[in-house]
Write a protein that binds this ligand. Structure first.
Ligand SMILES: [Fe+2]
Length: 240
C-alpha cells in the first residue's frame, strides 16, 4: 500500500490555527488590534450554533437588538432608539478591504466586565471578509479596544464561532472575561437558531429592513458582490 500525504496551508494567528483546504486566494483577515501591546488578548468559545455564518455576522453587526436581547447589560428598553451612523467601504493596508460602520452609539448599562454603571459607548464595526467581523469601542479609559468574530462553517447552517477579545481591562481574570462573553453569546444563540430561513437571504427586499439596518443591508450587498453562495439564499430568486 502506498502512503499518501496531503499538505495544507496552515498559519497560527490571533491565537487560532488557520487551515486552507484548497489554494489560499486571500491572506487571513486583518485584525491589527491583536498586535497592540496595550491590549490584553483573550480567546472565547468556541460556540457551536445551528445557524449560517452570514446570519451570525449580521447579528454581530446589529446594535438594535442590544436593548431587547441583552437587556440590562448592553442595552436598555427605555433607551432602545438607534441614532443614525455612517457606513462606507474601506480599502487600506491596515484593514484590507471591506465595509465599515462608524459613529455607532448606544447607551449601555454594563458595556463590559470592567464597566462601573451605565455609559454611552461609541462603536465601529468592520467586515474585512464575509465570515469575519470586528467591532471596536472606546474603553472607559485607555486605548480603543476590539472584539473579533471569526466563523468556521461546519455546514451551511451550522457554525463554530470563535471570539477574540483585545481589551484594555488588565484587572479581570481570563475566566471572568470569558464568563461575561459567554453570558452575552448565550443570549444571542436562541435568537440566531430561531431565524428562518437559516441561510441569509440576499435578494433585495427579502426581509423587512428599517433605517438602523443600513449596515446589515451593506453587508448583504457586499456578499452579493463577493458572489458568496454558501450559507446564503440566492439574490435572483427569493426563497430558493
Ligand atoms: Fe447580541
Amino acid at each position: 500500500m502506498k502512503a499518501c500525504a496531503t499538505a495544507f496551508a496552515v498559519q497560527e494567528r490571533y491565537g487560532l490555527i488557520w487551515v486552507c483546504l484548497g489554494t489560499p486566494a486571500h491572506d487571513l483577515p486583518r485584525f491589527p488590534e491583536f498586535d497592540d501591546e496595550r491590549l490584553r488578548k483573550v480567546g472565547c468559545g468556541p460556540y457551536e450554533v445551528q445557524s449560517s455564518g452570514p446570519r451570525i455576522v449580521e447579528n454581530f453587526l446589529d446594535m438594535a437588538h442590544f436593548a431587547f436581547v441583552h437587556t440590562g447589560i448592553l442595552g436598555s428598553q427605555d433607551q432602545a432608539e438607534i441614532v443614525d451612523y455612517d457606513v462606507q467601504r474601506f480599502d487600506s493596508p491596515q484593514w484590507g478591504q471591506g465595509i465599515v460602520a462608524t459613529r455607532c452609539r448606544a447607551w449601555q448599562p454594563q458595556a463590559s466586565k470592567a464597566a462601573n454603571g451605565g455609559c454611552e459607548v461609541e462603536y465601529s464595526y468592520r467586515v474585512p471578509r464575509p465570515l469575519c467581523a470586528i467591532l471596536t469601542k472606546q474603553a472607559a479609559s485607555g486605548p480603543q479596544e476590539a472584539i473579533a468574530l471569526f466563523l468556521q462553517p461546519l455546514t451551511e447552517v451550522t457554525t463554530r464561532v470563535w471570539i477574540i477579545l483585545a481589551l484594555g481591562d488588565h484587572e479581570s481574570s481570563d475566566e471572568a472575561l470569558r464568563e461575561f462573553q459567554d453570558r452575552i453569546f448565550l443570549q444571542d444563540q436562541p435568537i440566531l437558531e430561531s431565524q428562518s430561513p437559516a441561510r441569509l437571504p440576499l435578494a433585495a427586499g427579502a426581509e423587512v429592513s428599517v433605517v438602523c439596518d443600513r449596515m446589515s443591508l451593506a453587508y448583504r450587498s457586499y456578499l452579493r458582490e463577493m458572489s458568496l453562495r454558501y450559507g446564503v439564499l440566492g439574490s435572483d430568486a427569493p426563497g430558493t
